[in-house]
Design a protein around this ligand. Structure first.
Ligand code: SF4
Ligand code: SF4
Ligand code: SF4
Length: 308
């Protein structure tokens, strides 16, 4: 019997769903083992019944639930709870579901400020009224999925990699435990580190030195003066068994999309430590709380006034 899978998306961009579609040929081997009973990106299965006949949202029963996106409104919260009740194993897919992701940058603002900015104070649109009817109210902030319901498997990344998605599904089908790597992006990075002081940070739009050369012969991007969040970011984007991280392979500094090294880690503290080892003061980085928690703001970023 195929394993029934229900998938939902909350505060997202859709990139994580593309990851599933991007699995490519291995997906053909997996599909006979899986029965997708609900997945808005590929099937027309409506939460209130196909003709809107239900008064409450309903998700079909499934063994596995996959949620992408953080919890941004009351409908997301209700659906997360319903999904948790319906499935045996719940997967948080992508850094939005795992840590709030980019949408959680909004946690630097009060909800009323967001409403004002979007509906009344936006310079590119006519001021309008805040919609209150027929749309779910926003939650007070963006929540990671595990702040609301128990999560069994986390697949971080913005988006997570198709390989990681396949590995998690294969572990589930075989009944073996799935674990994320415990290393940092730096641990998997082959560039040369000399720990020499750097005078200033460079603009991220400049190219690193050594593009096209073997990475083993290229100096660490941070030691070249680029802000690379490898020291504070969990590895895995290069492969679960190790491998050169995705951005490093493309001669780009790590932006931190796989999130913190541990659940309780503080990327800002870790990045301040890493920068100080090459003589850089993190205070020169504007908006550093948001910069270092760009993908992990749920529970880590607070409204600016409250931070003072
Ligand atoms: S983790 Fe990234 S790719 Fe996935 S939904 Fe969020 S923003 Fe999109
Ligand atoms: S800081 Fe970036 S470039 Fe340097 S070793 Fe770490 S991941 Fe590689
Ligand atoms: S190198 Fe960093 S930003 Fe790039 S995919 Fe890996 S974790 Fe994400």
């Amino acid at each position: 019997m195929p394993v029934r899978v229900a998938q939902e998306w909350f505060a997202i961009c859709g990139g994580c769903e593309v990851t599933i579609l991007d699995v490519g040929e291995p997906l053909l081997d997996l599909l006979p083992e899986l029965d997708f009973v609900h997945m808005p990106v590929i099937m027309d299965h409506k939460l209130y019944g196909q003709t809107g006949e239900l008064t409450e949202m309903e998700i079909p029963e499934a063994e596995v639930g996959i949620i992408s996106g953080g919890i941004r409104n009351e409908e997301n919260r209700e659906l997360a709870i319903k999904m948790r009740e319906r499935v045996n194993t719940l997967i948080a897919m992508g850094s939005c579901a795992c840590y709030g992701g980019v949408p959680a940058l909004a946690n630097q603002f009060e909800v009323d400020e967001i409403y004002q900015r979007v509906f009344k104070g936006n310079t590119t649109t006519e001021p309008g009224e805040v919609p209150r009817v027929g749309v779910p109210p926003l939650t007070d902030r963006v929540y990671a999925l595990d702040e609301v319901v128990q999560v069994d498997i986390k697949l971080p990344g913005c988006p997570t990699t198709p390989d990681m998605f396949v590995a998690a599904v294969l572990h589930l089908l075989k009944g073996t435990p799935f674990a994320l790597p415990e290393k940092s992006v730096c641990d998997e990075c082959p560039t040369i580190r000399e720990k020499k002081a750097v005078a200033t940070l460079k603009r991220p739009l400049e190219s690193v030195e050594g593009v096209g050369e073997a990475l083993e012969a290229v100096r660490c991007f941070m030691e070249q003066g680029f802000l690379c969040q490898g020291p504070a970011t969990r590895s895995g984007c290069g492969g679960l068994e190790g491998g050169v991280p995705r951005c490093i392979r493309a001669y780009m500094p790590c932006r931190g999309c796989y999130g913190p090294l541990r659940h309780d880690a503080n990327p800002m503290v870790e990045m301040m430590g890493a920068l100080s080892t090459i003589g850089l003061d993190a205070k020169q980085i504007p908006d550093r709380a948001a910069q270092f928690n760009r993908f992990a703001g749920a529970g880590r970023l607070r409204p600016r006034r409250a931070r003072r």
